[in-house]
Write a protein that binds this ligand. Structure first.
Ligand code: SF4
Length: 74
């Protein structure tokens, strides 16, 4: 499943890293959410491809994001 983050709209609340740390983490430089290196596509911090066993946690993170900037699916 594909997952994207509109990073420029992230408010650094940390919910996605708490809900799904396998896929989301805080960038150490700009403090915005990014996709973990393991699941990143083409070194794009905002785009990931996750296996089926992580789909639920990604969907939980997307649901929990207060500004709705995580998009999962496809
Ligand atoms: S839950 Fe949303 S606003 Fe919060 S850190 Fe993650 S992407 Fe940013």
């Amino acid at each position: 499943m594909k997952v994207t983050i509109d990073r420029e709209e992230c408010i650094e609340c940390g919910t996605c890293y708490a809900d799904c740390p396998e896929v989301f983490e805080e960038n150490p430089d700009d403090f915005l959410s990014q996709i973990t290196e393991e699941y990143r596509v083409d070194d794009d911090l905002a785009v990931g491809e996750v296996p089926e066993d992580l789909e639920d946690c990604v969907e939980d993170a997307a649901y929990g994001c207060p500004v709705e900037v995580i998009h999962a699916g496809e």
